[in-house]
Ligand binder design. Structure first.
Ligand code: GAF
Length: 352
């Protein structure tokens, strides 16, 4: 078997908590990156989506998509295994830059593929670690573990309630009845996304230092008073968001759909005002949807500064709202947003 498929992910709630030992509630989706791994005398990466073929030296960094592939090879070798030259063909049905974790999908498809083809004997957890390391140390984005974990451990019809403090997790059934999740891609991605992401991480490090704590899990609401105002906002978001994840899990289990929707709106406000990772286009979409008949909740997903809005609503209502939104959004920004229907799906696997 030489073809491997890895899904994207959406996160129901728990944003910017995964690198703060917090909780997240993501699920893998039915949009994928596929890679075909074949032996070769040199490293050759082919993107069928971008129509580009690139030959590289081992560990060569080019500042583009090929870094995710070479980063994985680098990280696998750092873990003590040897990776022989390969040709990797990449194709995708997962929109890039839409906040759906296309980078983690690409990394895990490559790691899983190399693991199978070269009999490396890496466990699923080791594959997650290799991919996180590739992104942090080779690509240079100081990501948390949520994306890679979700696209490896995803389970159809379930979300993963993950505690990133000790990596314990529980599959929560997605029994949505007459409701559904969908995405509206803003079709914008602001350049500063990775630098601002790393900045947020540094701020969180400063919070721990200022409060003399080893982990966000030791921080209480009273502690926040000791922080300077900018850092207080960031910490407040993390504490509140962790609570919201736990409430969302209970709401999902009890089918309290209105509560779940409200938590999404609250999360968005917090990401906009306290964590400051939203942008004009995304706020416009969430503002438009808020209070519309049949729409229960909406919020920015992923790292921020563009990408997609996750919408939760009664079946059919999201599509209806989208048609009205499309023209208004175009008038405002000169861009057409896109409606993406999603279903939950399983994690990375070989394609037969
Ligand atoms: C990005 C990162 F890769 C994740 O680890 C996570 O921090 C997310 O942004 C924000 O919740 O997708």
């Amino acid at each position: 078997m030489t073809k491997f498929r890895s899904p994207g992910r959406v996160n129901i709630i728990g944003e910017h908590t995964d690198y703060n030992n917090g909780f997240v509630l993501p699920f893998a989706i039915d949009k994928y990156i596929e890679v075909d791994v074949s032996s070769s005398n040199e490293f050759v990466f082919v993107s069928h989506t971008m129509n580009e073929t690139v030959g590289l030296k081992k560990y060569e960094k080019l500042g583009k998509w090929t870094d995710y592939l070479m980063g994985v090879i680098w990280a696998i070798e750092k873990s003590g295994c040897e990776v022989k030259p390969v040709r990797i063909d990449v194709s995708s049905t997962l929109p890039l830059g839409a906040g759906l974790s296309s980078s983690a999908a690409l990394e895990t498809a490559v790691a899983y593929g190399l693991n199978s083809v070269m009999n490396l004997n890496l466990s699923k957890k080791q594959i997650v670690d290799v991919c996180v390391r590739a992104e942090r140390e080779f690509v240079g984005v100081q990501c948390g573990i949520m994306d890679q974990f979700t696209v490896v451990f995803g389970k159809k019809d379930h979300a993963i309630f993950l505690d990133t403090f000790n990596l314990s997790y529980e599959y929560v059934p997605l029994n949505l009845g007459e409701y559904e999740f969908a995405l509206i891609d803003s079709n914008t991605k602001h350049e500063l996304s990775s630098s601002e992401y790393n900045k947020r991480r540094e701020e969180c490090e400063r919070i721990l230092k200022a409060l003399h704590k080893n982990s966000f899990r030791e921080i209480t609401y009273e502690d926040l008073n000791q922080l300077e105002p900018a850092l207080r906002k960031r910490a407040r978001h993390v504490l509140d968001e962790n609570k919201r994840v736990n409430m969302a899990v209970r709401a999902l289990k009890k089918s309290e759909m209105f509560l779940l929707g409200n938590l999404l709106y609250e999360s968005h406000v917090s990401l906009r005002d306290l964590y400051e990772v939203s942008c004009e286009e995304i706020d416009f979409i969430v503002g438009f949807l808020r209070g519309r008949l049949g729409i229960l909740g909406a919020r920015i997903v992923g790292g921020g500064f563009g990408g997609s809005v996750l919408v939760f609503g009664r079946k059919g209502c999201i599509e209806e709202a989208y048609h009205e939104l499309r023209d208004r959004y175009y008038k405002m920004f000169g861009i057409t947003p896109e409606l993406i229907h999603i279903k939950s799906d399983c994690g990375v696997h070989a394609v037969v």
